[in-house]
Design a protein. Structure first.
Length: 687
């Protein structure tokens, strides 16, 4: 038996035994069952291994990675399963079918040659497999124990009346240890006879004595492919790009996106990103979409699909590179996907009976780690496809979806939604009202404003959220940040020695910046610039470069520099004998963190601006991976302002300590001078 069937056999047997090998306690299964708001009976069509395709009414209620799906048997025990993710529209799976080559006759001869090695000829009469090739024809595979060889091959077919017909007049078999050169496969044309004759000729003086076998590819039955339109949440054009944000249904795991437009002809690059709740984006894939302008160019084909990796978040960002072309008209986006299937074995399942229950939804369960999760991948990699073939695995059917009566509707973060230690808000200089709306999972998203960051410490260790009783409420700072455009006020220019300087003032300071976007009334074609800031009364250079805009593309100039926390900036430009640039606007992009807060609905106060504060320690940090996977609701930020009752000292304890240390040093110096002066005076009098 060859390797691929062994892998498939092991997989099928292992799945059939899995239910008895993995049997958690009844209490653990019952606790797990309370996490899922929906359930449906599972009805296998035959005992043993079964395949359940998840319908849309299940997928639309599940997390995209199916982490909130569990299968239970009739006794309430959890039943492990494999997931076949399926393939999107236009894709297919191929199974490699292998058959032994039975040699019915063999002839070998050596033909001596003058001034050359002996010519060898091997003639094998081989019986074709009894079953027809799934693809209509077989491929003959020849391998040998010889390390290096080159052979010419002829293949004839033996018809049922005994006559021979040429099938492959000339081919070659090569092994030289070079991947692009080696060849051990001979594709045979369709033939309805029972045998073939394979003649192998070589001039190296030895027989090849190959091992022969037949292979053919079988295309599996089509997966449950579908096209699902995606709602466009926003669309904008910026810097020669069209940026779309589209909604991704919770259970949708698309393998590709289909982007349609009413524009008759185009050829544009596309990038797709997975967008987190706080605006952070992860690349999923890129490609080109195109449409030929006329029927005469139809050979170029129409390509409107972009391959992407599985997404995890609720939104996708699609960036289309328009260049100088107008944006594509009437854009529509669809996900090309197929429904995933679960493969499992329910113990004691009988045909026509509900042998188990599928519970799903809620997004509260962690992804299960079943030990056979990679069997399907390994089987496909080795040419086996029995587990992925709907025609070989009996189907299971799902009953009507109903509410799970054992579901606990309390918010997922209910164990963390309790007030913490009290504090005195008057130790914080900045206060802002925050209103948290009701959230099914108890998670609120508080996106900080630039003013909040300007008053907070650079480490953000002084951020707090308190209620009316001055009690803290736990939060996490999301790992990535949304960015917002902030306008700066440009004052100037001040001219000096062929240079012009603008003072750039922030609406709230200090802020951490890493670049500027400069809008000018006339393009700068090549002027040196410097970006400066003031630190401890001295100017410090943040970046330098060349402002060079294109006359044909009047776009703002972009300036980048290393991130720095600044109060204000100075932009210095070398004009030479030209007139100063006319700045019409200067902007910067500021990263705005998002706090993930576990709190009930109500009104709270965001605190910032306490140099003495240390980073809070909340239990929520221990379940960060759970919190980041939940869907939260946006909190509303109210007015913010300076705390009139603030009784802190600018710079906090550290600054006071530094001032005391400096005073002590100066006092020691003064005392030393006085002592030294007194000693000198006494010595002079003694003389």
């Amino acid at each position: 038996m060859n390797g691929a069937p062994r892998v498939v056999t092991r997989a099928v047997l292992a799945l059939a035994m899995l239910a008895t090998l993995f049997a958690p306690s009844r209490a653990a299964a019952q606790d797990l069952a309370t996490l899922f708001p929906f359930e449906a009976d599972v009805q296998p069509s035959a005992p043993g291994l079964a395949r359940l395709v998840l319908p849309p009414e299940v997928l639309d209620r599940c997390a995209p990675d199916l982490s909130d799906v569990r299968l239970f048997d009739a006794g309430g025990n959890e039943v492990p399963y494999l997931v076949d993710p399926g393939l999107p529209s236009g894709s297919e799976r191929v199974e490699r079918v292998v058959a032994d080559a039975v040699v019915t006759d063999l002839e070998r001869e050596q033909i001596p040659r003058e001034n050359a090695k002996t010519l060898t000829r091997e003639r094998y009469r081989v019986r074709l497999p009894e079953r027809a090739a799934p693809s209509g024809s077989w491929t003959l595979i020849a391998t040998s124990a010889q390390p290096r060889w080159v052979r010419s091959v002829e293949v004839e077919g033996v018809a049922r009346d005994g006559t021979t017909v040429p099938l492959v007049p000339r081919a070659s078999l090569v092994r030289l240890g070079q991947r692009l050169v080696d060849r051990d496969r001979i594709a045979l044309p369709p033939f309805d006879g029972e045998e073939i004759v394979v003649t192998i000729t070589g001039d190296k003086g030895f027989f090849l004595e190959p091992e022969l076998r037949f292979e053919a590819d079988r295309t599996l039955a089509a997966s449950n492919a579908s096209s699902r339109p995606l709602a466009i949440l926003s669309q904008r054009s910026e810097d020669g790009r069209t940026v779309l944000e589209v909604e991704r249904p919770p259970g949708l795991v698309a393998g590709r996106l289909h982007i349609e437009s009413a524009t008759p002809a185009f050829d544009r690059k596309v990038a797709v990103y997975d967008v987190a709740v706080d605006g952070g984006a992860t690349p999923l894939g890129s490609g080109r979409i195109r449409r030929a302008p006329t029927a005469a160019d139809a050979a170029l084909g129409e390509r409107l699909d972009v391959e992407i990796a599985p997404a995890r978040r609720a939104r996708l960002r699609i960036e289309i590179d328009d260049g100088d072309s107008p944006p594509l008209a009437e854009l529509r986006v669809a996900a090309l996907t197929s429904a995933p299937a679960l493969l499992f074995a329910l113990p004691g399942a009988a045909a026509g009976e509900a042998a188990g229950v599928l519970r799903f939804g809620g997004g509260r369960a962690h992804a299960p780690r079943y030990d056979l999760a990679n069997l399907l991948r390994d089987a496909l990699a080795e040419g086996g496809a029995a587990l992925a073939d709907p025609e070989r695995i009996p189907a299971a059917h799902l009953g009507p979806v109903r509410p799970n009566p054992r579901y606990d509707p309390a918010p997922a973060l209910a164990p963390l939604m309790h007030a913490g230690a009290e504090l005195d808000p008057d130790d914080w200089r900045w206060h802002r009202v925050v209103t948290i709306p009701p959230s099914p999972e108890g998670l609120a998203l508080v996106r900080l404003a630039p003013e909040d960051l300007a008053h907070a410490e650079p480490s953000r260790a002084d951020l707090r959220l308190v209620d009316a009783e001055k009690r803290q409420w736990p939060f996490l700072v999301a790992p990535t940040s949304e960015r917002a455009q902030v306008a700066l006020v440009a004052t100037g220019p001040v001219r000096e020695a062929g240079r012009s300087r603008w003072r750039l003032t922030l609406p709230a300071a200090p802020l951490t910046l890493d670049g500027l976007v400069v809008h000018t009334a006339r393009p700068a074609l090549g002027r040196r610039y410097r970006v400066l800031t003031t630190v401890d009364g001295e100017e410090r250079e943040l970046g330098t470069g060349l402002l060079a805009q294109d006359l044909r593309r009047p776009r703002p100039a972009t300036i980048s520099f290393a991130p720095a926390r600044v109060e204000e900036l100075t932009l210095e430009v070398e004009d030479g004998d030209d007139a100063p640039l006319a700045l019409t606007a200067v902007e910067t992009s500021v990263a705005l963190p998002t706090l993930l807060v576990a709190a009930p609905p109500g009104e709270y106060t965001l605190l910032a601006g306490n140099p003495d504060a240390t980073a809070p320690r909340y239990e929520i940090e221990r379940v960060r991976h759970v919190v980041e996977g939940l869907r939260g609701v946006r909190a509303t930020l109210g007015d913010g302002g300076e705390n009139a009752s603030w009784r802190g000292t600018p710079g906090g304890t550290a600054l006071r300590r530094e001032r005391l240390q400096r005073a002590a040093v100066w006092a020691a110096i003064v005392l030393a001078v006085l002592v030294l002066g007194g000693l000198t005076l006494r010595a002079a009098r003694a003389r």
